[in-house]
Design a protein around this ligand. Structure first.
Ligand code: 13P
Length: 330
């Protein structure tokens, strides 16, 4: 058993309490390699932002849990070396079973998500409660989910979404004991969050997605005053990255994300954790494609992963400062 406390990590409890009170959201950025982690830590230290490092089940399979845990330990030391200590959480994203969550808790994660949102309601409650009982013995915080997000993310695939039912949230939270609740109000995983038919187009032909359901968020907030709410599927799919990818040989079609203004509005509410993965993938891929295109003779990975890391860092700084409001809160 490795405790996250030995690794210099913290759980999400205090972070969320401050974020809900302060009207901002903590960035939850996914990582599975060194350059992503460096970019996240550099950006969060420079902007003085707390951060949640997210590892999905796919990332665990890709990178190995021992390596990831030690990377997170390294990240806490790296942040100090950069000159400013920020609170860092190591979080399991979309845990699919009690066993996966337990394995992460036993391996130094400070926070886990048990995603039973696809299960019948009573089964979601049962598995979430079991994870909470185990996690709380070690002061690890737990995120549950009600409602289903559409889209594709690693192993999580759902063709259709259904919104969280506000009438279920009090019962779910009180019977499971979760520390935070992910909800579905119209966000979606991946870089193609909506079909063109679900969107309108502006004069330039850019897809405009349907607005988030702030009415549902408000009903949930009224039922659970001050309780930490989480938004998954919150990449904005910036047009400049999609353009960069497509100008350098990529073929991304009809990509669309969640507009930044809507995320900013959500961050001011009880939404205190916002999950962003796809935007990082787009920034890295666009930059690497550009280097390959412009310098076809280049074969040193540092010469394309380095610029990709710089692009990622810039993007994360922008999110912390202009979208989530977490800059200056560490
Ligand atoms: P995006 O695909 O919108 O980045 O969402 C990531 C996410 O929700 C991770 O859990």
């Amino acid at each position: 058993m490795v405790s996250y406390k030995e690794l210099g990590l913290v759980n999400s409890r205090d972070m969320f309490a401050k974020a809900v009170k302060g009207g901002y959201a903590i960035p939850a950025y996914n990582f599975n390699n060194m350059e992503q982690l460096q970019a996240i830590i550099q950006a969060c230290v420079e902007t003085r932002s707390p951060v949640i490092l997210q590892v999905s089940k796919g990332a665990r399979d890709y990178a190995n849990i021992n390596l990831l845990r030690n990377m997170a330990r390294g990240a806490t030391e790296y942040a100090k070396e950069l000159g400013y200590e920020i609170p860092i959480v190591l979080h399991l994203d979309h845990g699919d079973s009690f066993e996966t969550c337990k394995d992460c808790i036993d391996n130094g994660f400070s926070s886990v998500m048990i995603d039973g949102s696809h299960l019948p309601y009573e089964e979601n409650i049962a598995v979430t409660k079991k994870v909470v009982e185990y996690a709380h013995k070690f002061d690890v915080t737990v995120e549950g989910e009600l409602g289903v997000l559409a889209g594709i993310e690693d192993d999580v695939v759902a063709e259709t979404s259904h919104y969280t039912k506000p009438e279920e949230v009090i019962d779910f939270v009180s019977r499971t004991g979760v520390d935070s609740l992910a909800i579905s109000i119209g966000t979606s995983h991946g870089a193609n969050k909506f079909t063109p038919e679900q969107c309108t187009r502006n004069a330039d032909g850019v897809l405009i997605p349907p607005p988030l359901r702030f009415d549902i968020l408000k009903e949930i907030e009224d039922k659970l005053p001050g309780f930490p709410i989480v938004l998954h599927g919150s990449s904005s799919v910036p047009v400049e990255f999609v353009k960069m990818i497509n100008e350098h040989g990529g073929k991304l079609k009809d990509s669309v994300g969640i507009p930044e203004e809507q995320l900013r509005q959500a961050a001011k509410s009880a939404v205190c954790k916002i999950n962003i993965d796809s935007d990082g993938r787009l920034a890295m891929t666009g930059t690497i494609r550009r280097v390959f295109d412009e310098k076809p003779g280049e074969f040193d990975p540092r010469k394309y992963l380095g610029p990709a890391r710089d692009a990622l860092k810039k993007m994360y700084m922008h999110k912390n400062e202009e979208v989530l409001g977490s800059a200056g809160k560490a």
